[in-house]
Write a protein that binds this ligand. Sequence first.
Ligand SMILES: *Cc1c(COP(=O)(O)O)cnc(C)c1O
Length: 447
Amino acid sequence: MNYYSTNGKAPIADLQKAVVKGLAEDRGLYMPEEIKILPKVFFDNIQDMSFQQIAYNVASAFFGEDVDLDALQDIVYDTLSFDCPVVKVKDDIYSLELFHGPTLAFKDVGARFMARLLRYFTSQTSQTSQSSQSSLINVLVATSGDTGSAVANGFLGVEGIHVYVLYPKGKVSPIQECQFTTLGKNITAIEVDGVFDDCQALVKNAFMDEELNNHMKLTSANSINVARFLPQAFYYFNAYARMKALGKAENLVMCVPSGNFGNICSALFGHAMGLPVKRFIAANNANDIVYKYLQTGQYEPKASVQTLANAMDVGDPSNFARIINLYSQNNKLTDVATHHRITNLISGATYSDDQIREIMRQCYADTGYILDPHGACGYQALADGLQEGETGVFCETAHPAKFKEKVDEILGIDVEIPERLAAFMKGEKQSVPMTKHFEDFKRYLMQ
Ligand SMILES: *Cc1c(COP(=O)(O)O)cnc(C)c1O
């Protein structure tokens, strides 16, 4: 399968190039040239299949032409060594718990899948290449918290790949910091004396520096990477299967708390592959750029504001370009026609921090279910928007213990920290101190 750029000015790429490059030459996002519709028999039997079996079917449709099928099956099964249950919260509202991965983040699936796919490609190349040049791939990732832990853990111990996680000193939560500074092996944490934007600037400068790129192979594990975002579609097919097993798959509404819009975008790809979902809701916090687009047809990015649901604090969601491209049929339709197609399928919701607190309290009091601030937006969008005869599934995108300080304070409880998370906190922190000046970072990488 080939991949084209949403900006339409870059050469077509094969899967390997799209994964290694991340972003196309014209700064556009890669899109698969074809979205295969899955056969009826798959949907007829889906309720009897495991998460892994379902995911393998979906993965074959995306990657089956480019990856040996046995290897693809290993990649999928190895990626999904955890569960993705749906839990009834109240009436017709169900929580799709995406937080059972190693770092309790839904980003674990994309990060693990990408690591294994890259490993597959590098092992292919090293078998065929005569060159003795090091095939070690260096992954650079800047993080304000969650992405760093998912990527670091996803790539941990993967041969042939070294990961550098750049994070702003003193600006990530203690739990998050432990998740990427205590791992060792092929993971190096770089503690930058600066803010998140400084970390991002260091990474961007590194990709543009010719001397550095001649010296070592650099790759980004950014969330726009096709190998990180497409596998998230597995979640939605699994959700449908579990709801079908409960006899609740008719008139299904799926609601996704959204920041960069990668997760919901993967759900929309699922829909394009035939997943029987009636409609989608994109839930925003106070960063309501897409909400406003859905209301008005005008897309006006702006600086993000800080909220309780900080993984959704995005002022110019990068994957929005993919959604536009999907529904404009690669820019063949007018803006008005595209907006019309999008609003026929997707509606929006937006919640302030005060509302998020109230939602969490109300849901806990009514049902005993502990929402995290991100999931709270999803839950309430269904509570507010579900119509007669519809059943809703919202993504609970993070385990509440990941935002323990906030959740404890808002609900007046003591959220239990799962064993897996606690284990990270026992490890010894190791990081490389770094200034925010590119010359220092470059000198470090060159030696
Ligand atoms: C990353 C993240 C989101 C936002 O997902 P997008 O794919 O960027 O829309 C929501 N909630 C949590 C907890 C996250 O980590």
